[in-house]
Design a protein around this ligand. Structure first.
Ligand code: GRG
Length: 304
C-alpha cells in the first residue's frame, strides 16, 4: 500500500536536498584537484563543478542510508555517478553529437576548452569514476560489494546502457519513432544511470538481495519518470518562452511522450510512475524511506 503523505513525519526536504548536495559538491571538488596537466583537470572541473541538480548522487546516498549504511560509505560512489553523468553531457554536447553551445548555463566544455580537450576530459572522468569507487571504498566496504557496484555501473554506461540509448537515438534521427523505440532510448539514455545510482547505493550500504532488487524497481520507475517529466517540461517551457501554443510545439519533429499521448496523457503516465515508485517504498520503514519518497515527488514536480 503506498505511503500516505499524512503518515510521514515532519521532514524538511529542501534542507535535506541542499545538505546532501553540499556534501557531494565538496567531495567532487576534492576528487579532482587542479594538478598537472592543468588544462585537462581544469576542463574536468569546469563541467563537474558547474552546479547540476545532483539528483543521481543524492539518490545514491539516500539509498545507502535506507538500507542502514552510513552515507560516508557511498560518497565515492555518489561522486562516480555524477562524474559519469557529467562526461555523458560533455560528449553529448560535442559538434559530432548534439552540437550544443550551452550547458548548465555556461559555454559547453568544447566551446570553453576545444574539442580535443573536451573528449579527453570526458574520457578521464569516465575512467576516474571507476578508479574512485575502487580506491576509496574497498577499505570500508567488502571487496565483493565494491566489485558488484562497479559491475552494475559499468553495465549502465556501456553498450547495454547509456551508449546503447545514444546510438539508437542517433540512428533514429529524421525517422518516425514508435513509442517502444522512444521508451528504449529513454530507458537507456536516462533511466539506466539513475537506476545504477540507486542500486549501487543499496549495494554499498549493505542491502540484502531483496532490498537491492526492491530499490531497482523503485529506480526504474523514477528513471522513466525523470524523462517523461523532461519531455513535458520541454513542451511547456518552450511554448511559454516562445509564446507558442502547446499544440504548435507538439507538431515538432522530436518524438516525446506528450507527442504520443498528449500533455494530459503524459502527466497521467508520470503520476502512475510516481505511484508505482512509492509503492516499492512501502516495504521499508516509512521514516527511513521518507527521503526517497520526497525525491520521487521532487522528480515528478521539478520545473528545471
Ligand atoms: C557514457 C561512455 C558514455 C558515453 C556517452 C553521449 C552519451 C554517451 C550519452 C548521452 C546521455 C545523455 C546526455 C542523456 C540525457 C540525460 C539527461 C536527462 C540529462 C539531464 O540531466 P539533469 O536534468 O541535468 O539531471 P543536471 O544539469 O541537473 O545534472
Amino acid at each position: 500500500k503506498p505511503l500516505e503523505i499524512t503518515q510521514l513525519p515532519i521532514f524538511q526536504f529542501d534542507e535535506y536536498l541542499s545538505m546532501k548536495a553540499k556534501k557531494v559538491e565538496k567531495a567532487l571538488n576534492e576528487a579532482v584537484p587542479l594538478q598537472y596537466p592543468k588544462k585537462i583537470h581544469r576542463a574536468m572541473r569546469y563541467s563537474l563543478l558547474a552546479g547540476g541538480k545532483r539528483v543521481r548522487p543524492v539518490l545514491c546516498l539516500a539509498s545507502c542510508e535506507l538500507v542502514g549504511g552510513d552515507q560516508s560509505l557511498a560518497i565515492p560512489t555518489a561522486c562516480a555517478v555524477e562524474m559519469i553523468h557529467t562526461m555523458s553531457l560533455i560528449h553529448d554536447d560535442l559538434p559530432c553529437m548534439d552540437n550544443d553551445d550551452l550547458r548548465r548555463g555556461k559555454p559547453t566544455n568544447h566551446k570553453a576548452f576545444g574539442e580535443e580537450t573536451a573528449i579527453l576530459a570526458g574520457d578521464a572522468l569516465l575512467s576516474l569514476a571507476f578508479e574512485h569507487i575502487a580506491a576509496k571504498t574497498t577499505k570500508v566496504v567488502s571487496p565483493e560489494r565494491v566489485v558488484r557496484a562497479i559491475a552494475e555501473l559499468g553495465s549502465a554506461v556501456g553498450s547495454s546502457g547509456l551508449v546503447a540509448g545514444q546510438i539508437v537515438d542517433i540512428l533514429s534521427e529524421g525517422k518516425e519513432v514508435t513509442l517502444e523505440e522512444l521508451e528504449y532510448i529513454h530507458v537507456h539514455k536516462t533511466a539506466k544511470l539513475l537506476e545504477a545510482s540507486v542500486v549501487c547505493g543499496a549495494i554499498i550500504g549493505g542491502g540484502n538481495e531483496g532490498e537491492v532488487e526492491r530499490m531497482r524497481k523503485y529506480a526504474r520507475c523514477i528513471g522513466l519518470l525523470f524523462q517523461v517529466v523532461d519531455d513535458i517540461l520541454d513542451v511547456t517551457k518552450s511554448s511559454e518562452e516562445l509564446g507558442k501554443t502547446a499544440g504548435k510545439d507538439l507538431a515538432s519533429d522530436k518524438a516525446t511522450y506528450p507527442k504520443f499521448m498528449g500533455i494530459e496523457g503524459a502527466k497521467n503516465f508520470a503520476a502512475k510512475l510516481v505511484a508505482q515508485a512509492i509503492e516499492e517504498l512501502a516495504h521499508f520503514d516509512a521514516a527511513m524511506a521518507t527521503p526517497l519518497y520526497c525525491l520521487a515527488n521532487y522528480i515528478a514536480n521539478r520545473q528545471t
